[in-house]
Design a binder for this molecule. Structure first.
Ligand code: ZN
Length: 325
């Protein structure tokens, strides 16, 4: 932790319990010897929650400190900066579905094939632009939803992009009307429509017996997620802004506002800004035809790559304003 420019390394992650921050006794001694109080501010509380699963109880009896003044918990060196605040280098592309899970089906194509084709073209674009690029799958194989985020974390990604095609199960008439691309972030859903899309994308987990799988997050799970969502919210939305501007004027139209949020399981575990892209409706003939052609897939990859570059520049500029470069 840092206070007034003074950095104190804690031996264990702080623990949040009943609104109090607990730290190990030896850490408390270290801090008091440096005459630094340990206040529990809102920011620090969020930071403590953001450490994820609760750390093991400190061996020594924890020392409770009363709130005094604001404190910022920040990384010691640039290397320890978290995704979203450091320079953007590693992009994790996640082509949805695969193997025994075809995803949604159109008249002539399957979601798993379209998103893999776009992912490979996107990989080339981003590699040419100098990014370090990782794919959660580069073949037609099945990967569990949670495993995808785990891979992204292992690779210490700066941005997680999950590629999908939307679909509706409706009459032919409605299928002709419902089309368009949309970008999703992880957040409590505001509409029944967004909930339905998340349920469809999450269904694979229950369908193929993923451990602890279910197709919706419980209120308690949302509560637990909150701090982490907060940490990556701004940057995830920043990326959707860049996507919106680069997708503007393309063959596939924007659906509604273009940005939605819901409980996508594939985004839940990612410790980095993360966006799920529904490229278009595979259930709509026009969208499907475009997504099936090489030219359409290249155009979609180009637009996403452009958005990634703009996002990288925006993060860089933001860092400059903070004097971090
Ligand atoms: Zn999908």
């Amino acid at each position: 932790m840092t206070r007034n420019g003074q950095t104190i390394e804690l031996s264990q992650a702080p623990q949040l319990e009943n609104g109090h921050i607990w730290i190990a006794e030896n850490d408390a001694k270290k801090i008091s010897s440096k005459a630094v109080a340990v206040p529990a501010t809102k920011a620090e509380t969020a930071q403590a929650k953001a450490t994820g699963t609760a750390p093991a109880k400190p061996a020594a009896k924890p020392v409770e400190q009363k709130p005094t003044q604001p404190v910022a918990v920040k990384p010691k060196t640039p290397k320890q900066e978290i995704a979203g605040t450091r320079e953007v280098r590693t992009i994790v592309i996640d082509p949805g579905h695969g193997g025994k899970d075809p995803g949604a089906s159109g008249k002539k194509s399957q979601e798993k094939d379209i998103v893999l084709a776009v992912a490979k073209l996107l990989r080339k674009n981003l590699a040419d632009a100098g990014f370090n690029v990782k794919l959660t799958r580069s073949k037609d194989v099945f990967i569990e939803l949670r495993q995808r985020a785990n891979l992204a974390n292992q690779w210490d990604g700066d941005l997680f992009i999950s590629l999908h095609c939307n679909a509706i199960d409706a009459t032919e008439e409605r299928k002709k009307i419902i089309q368009g691309y949309q970008f999703y972030v992880l957040r409590a859903p505001e509409s029944e429509e967004d909930k339905a899309i998340a349920r469809r994308e999450n269904a694979v987990a229950t369908l193929y017996g993923e451990k602890n799988a279910k197709d919706e997050l419980s209120p308690l799970e949302w509560f637990k997620l909150e701090a982490r969502l907060e940490q990556y919210k701004q940057t995830s939305y920043l990326f959707t802004e860049k996507l919106l501007s680069s997708f503007d004027g393309g063959k596939i139209k924007k659906m509604n506002t273009g940005v939605g949020g819901a409980g996508f399981m594939v985004l839940v575990g990612a410790m980095m800004p993360a966006v799920l892209i529904e490229l278009g409706f595979i259930s709509n003939e026009e969208d499907e035809a475009y997504m099936m052609t090489k030219a359409g897939q290249q155009d979609l990859a180009d637009r996403i790559a452009q958005a990634v570059s703009k996002y990288k520049d925006a993060v860089h500029t933001y860092r400059e304003t903070l004097g971090r470069n």
